[in-house]
Design a protein around this ligand. Structure first.
Ligand SMILES: [Zn+2]
Length: 174
């Protein structure tokens, strides 16, 4: 049977979970994922950003401070995208071109802002609900429903340890 080709993605890192995720991806046949990092987290964990790069993982921009982008004027959305893009480029030399808005509001205004900056918006088609307390077997079972071209949402963060938790920025989904 031909293997299914779907895209694992990990949001909100880098974090204390990153090294374990990189190890698991490597141990399972050099799986490549996209890490939609938060700029503030990249500043906290620059070595982990470099570890993601060294492991051949793809970078994505998930804003600087993980705000609700649909509540921001477009210039602030621009700042959020640009902040992370600049931090990432300074760290790695690589310019990000994939953007996932925090909480995933697929508004035309946000998409247009991202497009105007040369960024491609990437949402997801399969939601593991790991942020909502799904167990590991549940997350795996959901991910295994992915078909060709699916994009699977997961998170690179230990919920309790995330600085985002204390800021009231966790709404429903990431
Ligand atoms: Zn997020």
């Amino acid at each position: 049977m031909r293997p299914r080709l779907w895209a694992p993605t990990f949001d909100d890192g880098p974090s204390a979970s990153t090294s374990a995720i990189l190890g698991a991806l490597s141990a399972n046949g050099q799986v490549r994922a996209t890490f939609f990092n938060v700029g503030a987290q990249e500043q906290l964990h620059p070595a982990l950003v470099l570890a993601q790069q060294a492991a051949g993982q793809w970078p994505g921009d998930h804003s600087y401070s993980h705000p609700f982008p649909d509540e921001l004027p477009s210039y602030a959305v621009t700042d959020e995208i640009l902040g992370t893009q600049q931090i990432h480029e300074q760290l790695t030399g690589v310019r990000e071109w994939l953007f996932r808005p925090p909480f995933g509001p697929a508004t035309a205004a946000i998409r247009a802002t991202a497009l105007s900056m040369g960024m491609t918006e990437v949402l997801w088609t399969v939601d593991t609900r790991d942020y909502a307390g799904a167990t590991t077997p549940e997350i795996v079972a959901t991910a295994m429903t992915a078909h060709d071209k699916d994009i699977v949402l997961m998170h690179d963060v230990l919920r309790q340890g995330s600085p985002l938790v204390g800021t009231g920025k966790l709404r429903t989904a990431m």
